[in-house]
Design a protein around this ligand. Structure first.
Ligand code: F6P
Length: 536
């Protein structure tokens, strides 16, 4: 099982504390001046992905202490435990095996959980996804009226929505003609605006819910079934269930052959690699979906086999811990310089904050240090015209991950060079700042103070050759592993989400009160609001 080590009591943490006293007010500009090889020493080049982490408030000593911390909490053992299928999700008594979903090893190795050969069931499901995807795309699986499907609706929320939606948008240049629509919120205005454009006779509906009980998803599914307006048999031709709760899906009207499994050992926010990704496979074709998986598999191999100093997810996790737990920087921004990645920050928010938003250690006691960071972001260049002002001249420090691509999809490099000039320029400006100047003669001297920015703001640069299914797979897996490493070091359980689940219970209770117009005992504010809502 995972060890219970309070990170703040390790030798490495004490060393980091002392070291922080020397580093707190360090000027990165000076670190660059005194070491011409800094960028050479502080980057990792891995296949088509480069990480430059030299623009951080670190020295080689910092990295040594951080790596010591990872070793003292036995990160290596934790990584192996995850990959081998040990039940490291202790609070739910489950293994954590999203990595098995993209396992393409051919050495005959197996992963067993409760006597079940996981790789066997994963591979069988991939085959089923392939067959189904190809049948829909080549028109051998048709609608109840014998027509080729033109539109797919994916109903799901959280992990059953965010990952696939993000990937399908990111890989728009790999898309076929099928239109894909995502319905997650219980929002009739949005639902009907979507349905208005569609022909029920040519629409296939994927109901994605691990539990098949999530209120929002089931409510939307009921609405859409009504809209399809078909008899039982015809309806079943238009429904696909992606779930761990087969009986519920069947009683909803999904035929058994159209049910794709979800498993206990895959958390919602890590599930886009499973049949939850069926909408991805339909949108970009199964072969491209498999390339996405293979990109993630490559990152898995890197994460599992590379020394911590050269390990991209480990280094990023350690830097984040350095800022979160020593500098006290509470938030981190992710800024992809690709419009197509505009949903990446939202996906990472769920992945990271639902995983590491925990205040109890692995023994169930309150932690005495900060855990999960706040993640936010937006695509560059747009972000520059929105919140970058605060990065440059605000009083808060927000470490940034800049993500960019060397080559655009289409060879129209003019615009891409403009985009990437901004990409390079921003991290440079954050590092170096600028001394204020008086622009025009006669301008008051004091104005230059407002044009002064100090720089010394940390960032990582992740530069990828090109946005492809493979590179996207690697990028997402990178952040999954970063999240894992942080959870291990903070000595928390990253794979449950009891906080969110409580929200689901509350909503159900209140819904009942609204329906019966019988408001139960709440705090004064909630009672006041409910009464206001009911009497309006
Ligand atoms: O948001 C909480 C959560 O439990 C997520 O972890 C999950 O992805 C989502 O709800 C949806 O749950 P389900 O797939 O069971 O409908």
């Amino acid at each position: 099982m995972l060890k219970n080590v309070n990170p703040s009591r390790t030798n490495a943490w004490q060393n980091l504390r002392k070291h922080f006293a020397d580093m707190e007010f360090v000027q990165m500009q000076k670190l660059f001046e005194s070491n011409a090889d800094r960028a050479e020493q502080m980057h990792i080049n891995w296949g088509s992905l480069l990480l430059d982490y030299s623009k951080n408030k670190i020295t080689t000593e910092t990295i040594e202490y951080l790596v010591d911390l990872a070793k003292e909490v036995d990160l290596g053992y934790a990584i192996e435990s995850m990959f081998c299928g040990k039940k490291i999700n202790v609070t739910e008594n489950r293994a954590v095996l999203h990595t098995a979903l993209r396992d393409f090893s051919d050495d005959g190795s197996t992963i067993e959980v409760d006597g079940v050969d996981v790789l066997k069931e994963v591979r069988a499901t991939r085959d089923k996804m392939k067959d189904f995807t190809e049948a829909v795309l080549n028109g051998s699986y048709v609608s109840s009226s014998g027509e080729k499907f033109t539109d797919i609706i994916n109903i799901g929320i959280g992990g059953s929505d965010l990952g696939p939606k993000m990937v399908v948008e990111a890989l728009v240049n790999y898309r076929n003609d099928l239109n894909i629509h995502y319905i997650s919120n219980v929002d009739d205005d949005y639902l009907f605006a979507t349905l208005r454009k569609l022909d029920p006779k040519k629409t296939l509906v994927l109901i994605v819910s691990k539990t098949f009980t999530t209120q929002e998803t089931i409510a939307n599914a009921h609405h859409i079934v009504k809209w399809l307006n078909l008899d039982k048999e015809a309806l079943s031709q238009h429904l696909v269930g992606i779930t761990a709760n087969v009986p519920k899906a069947i009683s909803f009207g999904v035929k058994e052959s159209n049910i794709f499994p979800m498993w206990d050992y895959v958390g919602g926010r890590f599930s886009l690699w499973s049949s939850v990704g069926l909408s991805i496979a339909l949108a970009i074709g199964y072969d491209n979906f498999e390339k996405l998986l293979k990109g993630a598999y490559e990152m898995d191999q890197h994460f599992r086999k590379t020394s911590f100093e050269q390990n991209i997810p480990v280094v990023l996790a350690l830097l984040s811990i350095w800022y979160n737990n020593f500098y006290g920087y509470e938030t981190e921004a992710v800024v992809p310089y690709s419009e197509l990645l505009n949903k990446l920050p939202a996906h990472l928010q769920q992945m990271i904050m639902e995983s590491n938003g925990k205040d109890k250690n692995r023994e169930g006691y309150p932690v005495n240090y900060q855990t999960g960071t706040l993640i936010w972001g937006e695509v560059g260049v747009s972000a520059q015209h929105a919140f970058f002002q605060l990065f440059h001249q605000g009083t808060k420090v927000v470490p940034v991950d800049f993500i960019g691509f060397v080559k655009p999809f289409y060879n129209c490099e003019h615009n891409h060079d403009i985009l990437m000039s901004n990409f390079f320029g921003q991290s440079e400006a954050l590092l170096n700042g600028k001394r204020g100047e008086v622009f025009e003669e006669g301008e008051i001297e004091m104005l230059k103070n407002f044009r002064d920015f100090e720089g010394n703001k940390p960032s990582n640069t992740i530069l990828v050759d090109k946005l492809t299914p493979e590179s996207l797979g690697s990028l997402i897996a990178l952040y999954e592993h970063k999240t894992f490493v942080q959870g291990i070091i903070w000595n928390i359980f990253s794979f449950d989400q009891f906080g969110v689940e409580y929200g689901k219970v509350l909503a159900k209770n209140i819904q009942n009160e609204i329906k019966t117009k019988n408001i139960a005992n709440h705090d004064a504010s909630t009672s006041f609001l409910l009464n206001y809502y009911l009497n309006k």
